[in-house]
Design a protein around this ligand. Structure first.
Ligand code: ADP
Ligand code: MG
Ligand code: ZN
Length: 616
């Protein structure tokens, strides 16, 4: 939600109060004119009473005469409008001295009446206005878009506000180098135009979610010190059909007025996927929005200093027209951070957090392979929360390590109680994974084994590579499948039957084997890929023809996958059976201790021959 929208609640109560007050005032006025007089009498009776001297007080207010008798009773009567009470008394034949002796007071109603009239005249208007304001407010708060749906909802990060710079982005050095150029374009366009160079119009940031694409875009704006219009692809297409294109137009108009500036379209895949691929026919909303973006980008006159930066994690599904020269022709890849970059990111996110002297960020970085920048930010935050929870002043190594576990495997669920039998099965299952992994040269070293429930899993075996790996060999896949089958096989060997606990392992093992055959050419079928390289089906493009190979190949694939799994199962079984005694010992200890670290685990193998880990 944009920051402009304030919560309307307070205003509403205020309006209610005004309405209530007005109604109360109006009611009070109505009743006020009713006054307290009780009995109505005729004018003649009034004159008689005046003659007989019964009257104590007479009060004339407009055409109403309030009378108080000597005995205290109150009466009232009316006279004609505009006629004086003295005239009436005279005409009715009352004696002059009686008239003079009557204590008559005339109440000034005119001045009070002015305000009454004013209020009576105004109250309905106020009520009507209040009603409209109320309606508008509720309409706005329920869907702000309704009032301004053609307007782009781009948020502007302007100068002055807390700026993001390249210092806030650790790692991604290549990306930063390339973007440095963009900053220079924005700052000194003449330098480039004077020698005939065209300023790039679009930059596409490509990278996995959480690797810092949005952060980089903001850093460019900060470095170049220009306004930054940010909009998410999905915001183009929401609520009303047909507003996407007009939002694009509005956004670009605003940007051109503010040039030099940056337009940032986050998650452009929401609008930028292959045209004609939608299920809804050719005039699909996204298509129009995309066309409008392309038209606007083509329409920049040379010298318009607006650079469009887009981000996506699905470059494979983007429309080719987006990527052709003159549009998003610059592609900047934002990589997953390696261990050095992770250390840098850790430094950025612990800048304003007190770290204990013993903290070794390098070690933390090395034990977080596969973490993105966002994961690391999360990790640093979890560690800070944990520290505060324990009333400590500085974040220590222990908190950081605990937070890694939490980020990787989800929080511990100590409340889930396992029965003795379940705990035993879980322990043998996990040690099965760990021992098989330990005995195979291509598996990563065991980092931790535990039988404390986390998330959905009853226990965890955590393998941790010693370094970031970019290539995976066939033998590593084979060993990996064995260690995945370790839990299943261990249950089989020790308890004679399997449980549902191995289902996820089997799923992962099967997927690996399947990928070996169909994606990596690691089977007897040879160097061939089956199926679409991007195996995710997205509605439209691949709908209805996912398989691009024959039934014959399909059955061959199934056969080969099964063969890989069978072979691995056999190897796994051998390892488990050979190390039965060892597994017994370790599992018994694990049930007692609940958690074993990598070092503790390795100690059990002092008298066993363990093959050396292969380095890649
Ligand atoms: P995405 O690539 O999905 O757009 P973001 O840019 O939104 O990712 O990153 C999410 C958060 O992760 C950022 O706000 C930032 O705090 C952190 N982050 C990601 N990458 C880095 C990095 N290289 N250096 C510092 N922080 C990072
Ligand atoms: Mg993002
Ligand atoms: Zn398992």
């Amino acid at each position: 939600m944009p920051a402009l929208q304030r919560p309307p609640k307070r205003r509403n109560t205020f309006i209610y109060l005004i309405i209530v007050a007005l109604i109360a005032a109006a009611l009070a006025m109505m009743f006020n004119s009713g006054q307290q007089a009780t009995t109505e009498i005729s004018l003649n009776t009034f004159v008689e009473k005046a003659q007989s001297g019964e009257i104590h007080k007479v009060e004339v207010s407009d055409n109403r005469i309030n009378i108080e008798l000597v005995d205290g009773s109150k009466l009232y009567t009316f006279k004609e409008v505009g006629s004086s009470i003295y005239e009436i008394l005279e005409k009715s034949g009352a004696d002059e001295d009686v008239i003079l002796a009557l204590p008559i007071t005339i109440v000034d109603t005119e001045s009070g009446k002015f305000w009454t009239d004013l209020l009576i005249g105004i109250v309905p208007f106020l009520l009507i206005i209040a009603f409209f304001v109320f309606m508008m407010r509720s309409a706005q708060s329920s869907n702000n878009q309704a009032m301004s749906f053609g307007k782009s909802k781009a948020k502007v990060y302007d100068k002055g506000k807390q700026k993001t710079t390249f210092d806030d982005v650790a790692g991604c050095e290549e990306a930063k180098d390339e973007l440095e150029e963009i900053v220079d374009f924005l700052k000194k366009p003449q330098k480039y135009t004077s020698i005939g160079a065209k300023i790039p119009k679009g930059v596409m940031l490509v990278g996995a979610p959480g690797t810092g694409k949005t952060l980089l875009a903001r850093a460019i704006a900060g470095e170049a010190d220009v306004p930054f219009f940010s909009i998410s692809g999905s915001e183009f297409v929401e609520m009303f059909v047909g507003v996407g294109a007009s939002r694009v137009r509005d956004l670009f108009t605003r940007a051109k007025r503010n040039a030099p500036c940056i337009i940032f379209v986050d998650e452009i895949d929401a609008v930028g996927r292959h045209r004609g691929a939608g299920m809804g026919g050719g005039h699909d909303e996204r298509e129009q929005t995309l066309n409008q973006i392309l038209t606007e980008m083509d329409g920049f006159e040379t010298g318009t200093n607006v650079i469009v930066i887009a981000a996506t994690n699905r470059p494979d599904i983007l429309d080719p027209a987006l990527l052709r020269p003159g549009r998003f022709d610059r592609r900047v890849v934002v990589d997953m951070p390696d261990s050095k970059a992770r250390e840098g990111i850790l430094k950025v996110h612990t800048r304003n957090k007190p770290l204990a002297k013993t903290v070794n960020l390098d070690k933390i970085a090395r034990s977080t392979p596969g973490f993105t920048g966002a994961d690391i930010e999360n990790l640093a935050n979890e560690a800070a929360i944990l520290t505060a929870k324990h009333n400590k002043k500085t974040i220590g190594m222990k908190e950081l390590e605990k937070s890694i576990e939490k980020v990787v495997m989800g929080p511990e669920r100590k409340s889930r109680v396992l029965s003795k039998k379940e705990k035993k099965i879980t322990a043998y299952h996990e040690i099965g994974h760990a021992v098989v992994g330990h005995m195979l040269p291509n598996c990563d070293p065991v980092h931790k084994v535990s039988v404390i429930s986390r998330g959905m899993a009853l226990g965890v075996t955590w393998f941790l590579p010693e370094e970031d790996k970019h290539l995976t060999s066939k033998s590593k896949f084979e060993d990996e499948i064995c260690s995945l089958l370790g839990g299943y096989t261990s249950e089989q060997v020790f308890f004679g039957e399997m449980t549902t606990g191995a289902s996820n392992d089997l799923q992962r093992a099967t997927k690996l084997a399947h990928n070996m055959v169909t994606k990596f050419g690691m089977s007897d079928l040879g160097p061939i890929i089956f199926g679409n390289p991007n195996d995710e089906v997205f509605l439209g493009k691949d709908f209805g023809h996912v398989k691009n190979y024959s039934e014959e190949s399909a059955s061959k694939i199934d056969l080969l996958v099964k063969r890989i799994l069978d072979k691995s199962h056999k190897r796994t079984e051998e390892i488990i059976k050979k190390n039965k005694k060892l597994i017994d010992t370790i599992a018994t200890d694990l049930i007692k201790k609940e958690t074993l670290t990598g070092e503790e685990f390795k100690k059990y193998f002092k008298n066993t021959k363990v093959p050396k880990k292969t380095k890649t």
